[in-house]
Design a protein around this ligand. Structure first.
Ligand SMILES: *Cc1c(COP(=O)(O)O)cnc(C)c1O
Length: 239
């Protein structure tokens, strides 16, 4: 595979890190505590490997997040396979892809219904792998989005079901912020995730995975521990 290093990648990454740091400072945190998950979408293995190396060169924690089970195979490319980087899954889950997702990802962010919990548990048991799981919550009410409804009792039930099998380890909550330019509505959807985490008061359920290219400052201000960033680092997606 030919790799054409992108001269603007470092500048875009540094701009994202500066946004994270400024937002973290506003709520008394250090930006280095926040895991930067690279949302790899349709990027090539060479681009992804370059971005991982750059994030590390800035002294930051990095993970890669895949959102399509069909693209997991690309992470076996020599440019990526040798990288010792945490791999996460952040996309819609289908039960018939549970085995691939379990084999690939040490953390699964997008668990949004009981049948997928059961499928992941079964595959994790067969593979002998424990996997961290975030419960996805639909905090915006947008019908196009997956996720449990933002009610503590339903989320607590999902966490209990995760714990039952023994292979899946509940680790936190994930959401996708409201898709609107009204920052008040975006903030309300992200702040809701933190409130739910606090109401659950489950010592294992701590991570808040929220914040993307457009809303990462608000997410960090509202307590994100993982931000998932694609286009602000890699540039606009190829058509
Ligand atoms: C693509 C994607 C992201 C990153 O989105 P950008 O706007 O490109 O930063 C984050 N989370 C999920 C679930 C995604 O699918």
């Amino acid at each position: 595979m030919t790799s054409t290093p992108d001269p603007d990648l470092a500048a875009r990454l540094d701009a994202v890190l500066a946004r994270i740091d400024a937002a973290a400072q506003r709520n008394g945190r250090d930006g280095r505590e926040i895991l930067l998950l690279l949302a790899t979408k349709s990027r090539t293995p060479a681009e992804i490997a370059e971005a991982v190396a750059l994030v590390r060169s800035r002294g930051r924690q990095v993970a890669v997040g895949e959102n399509r089970a069909q693209e997991i195979a690309k992470h076996a490319d020599p440019a990526l396979a040798g990288l010792d980087v945490p791999r996460h899954f952040i996309g819609r889950l289908q039960t018939n892809k549970a085995r691939d997702v379990v084999a690939f990802a040490s953390m699964i962010h997008s668990v949004d219904r009981p049948d997928i919990i059961d499928a992941l548990e079964r595959r994790a048991r067969t593979a002998g792998l424990t996997r961290k799981v975030l419960v996805q919550v639909n905090t915006s009410g947008e019908e196009s989005k997956g996720g449990y409804p933002p009610h503590p009792a339903e989320i607590a039930a999902a966490v209990d079901r995760l714990r039952e099998g023994g292979m899946l380890v509940p680790a936190g909550l994930m959401t996708i912020g409201a898709n609107t330019s009204e920052t008040g509505a975006v903030r309300a959807s992200l702040s809701r995730l933190r409130q739910l985490r606090d109401e659950l008061a489950d010592p294992a359920v701590q991570h808040l995975s929220m914040g993307m290219s457009g809303d990462l400052e608000i997410a960090v201000e509202e307590g994100a521990s993982i931000v998932r960033v694609g286009s602000a680092i890699f540039g606009p997606r190829p058509a």
